[in-house]
Design a protein around this ligand. Structure first.
Ligand SMILES: Cc1cc2nc3c(=O)[nH]c(=O)nc-3n(C[C@H](O)[C@H](O)[C@H](O)COP(=O)(O)OP(=O)(O)OC[C@H]3O[C@@H](n4cnc5c(N)ncnc54)[C@H](O)[C@@H]3O)c2cc1C
Ligand code: FES
Length: 259
């Protein structure tokens, strides 16, 4: 599990101008919210959440932000990458009525969580927040699950105009949810926790990762919680006492970077 397995790309799907899905053969069970370390030969090894979970085929969905994701974006069917994992804990879905809130590329890992909840007949409301209509992906995929779907765009080009947290505030006030699951920009998730009305809450965090399985300490938050091992999903009790949540992260050298 900790040595990269070289796999061939089976399928690529262009989701938007800078977001792509790559699918590959990978047999085994994976919990939504878990992630792989993806090795792009000669470039880098980076963490990516699982975005498609079928019995034999898995997928990742990513946005171009730098060298590794740019190179990954340009790969084609038949090209090879290395994968390690799956790592991390994943979401633990509870209750009969849940709210899933995703911002930006957080949509990638929320989608399999929604599919998993709907398969268990859990009433699921999904909020997807993006900057503008062109950045939205997986809308039809989520509609197909039968979940109640709402979209927000910062510029109002589609759906609700404004931040997804403003949309969430109204929806939380007017419904009775057993649980909130979220993935997206950390400031968005922090705001969501503040307005969550003491509903059971799980957020997936991103920190700079090297080993991905708890050895190097690179991804620690709070008092030694390893995001790759104890996370990336943390509940409201842990998040409320983790002083760096929504305040800062660390880069590859360990230097603090404020959100
Ligand atoms: C658990 C986890 C799951 C993730 N899932 C997804 C996903 O499903 N889809 C998606 O688009 N992105 C995901 N990311 C973010 C993704 O790993 C970064 O976008 C990617 O590493 C950027 O690499 P780059 O070389 O293209 O960019 P760079 O220019 O090298 O970096 C751009 C930024 O990406 C982040 N980054 C770079 N390297 C790493 C690293 N080794 N570990 C963590 N962050 C890094 C840093 O914030 C950095 O400032 C996830 C991150 C984590 C920690
Ligand atoms: S990345 Fe090494 S401990 Fe988390």
């Amino acid at each position: 599990m900790n040595n990269p397995k070289v796999i061939e790309i089976l399928e690529t799907i262009t989701e938007t101008t800078d977001v792509k899905t790559i699918k590959f053969d990978f047999e085994g069970d994976i919990i939504p919210g878990q992630f792989f370390m993806i090795w792009i030969p000669n470039i880098d090894e980076i963490p990516m959440s699982v975005s498609y979970i079928d019995k034999k085929v898995k997928g990742i969905t990513f946005k171009i932000v730098g060298n590794a994701t740019k190179e990954l974006f340009n790969l084609k069917v038949g090209d090879k990458i290395g994968i390690r994992g799956p790592y991390g804990n994943g979401f633990s879905i509870i209750g009969n009525n849940i709210l899933c809130v995703a911002g930006g590329t957080g949509i990638a890992m929320i989608a399999p969580s929604v599919e998993s909840a709907k398969k268990r007949n859990i009433n699921t409301t999904v909020l997807l927040g993006v900057k503008n209509k062109n950045e939205l992906f997986f809308e039809n995929r989520i509609k197909k699950t039968g979940a109640n779907l709402f979209v927000s765009t910062d510029d109002g080009s589609y759906g609700y105009k404004g931040f997804v947290t403003s949309l969430a505030k109204d929806i939380i006030l007017n419904n009775k949810f057993d649980q909130i699951l979220t993935c997206g920009p950390e400031l968005m998730m922090k705001k969501l926790l503040e307005i969550s009305n003491n509903i059971s809450f799980q957020a997936s965090l991103e920190r700079y990762m090297k080993c991905g399985f708890g050895l190097c300490g690179q991804c620690c938050i709070g008092k030694g919680l390893r995001v790759c091992k104890e996370g990336p999903v943390f509940d409201e009790t842990t998040l409320k006492k983790t002083e760096d949540f929504g305040v800062y992260k660390r880069d590859a050298s360990g230097t603090k970077i404020k959100f």
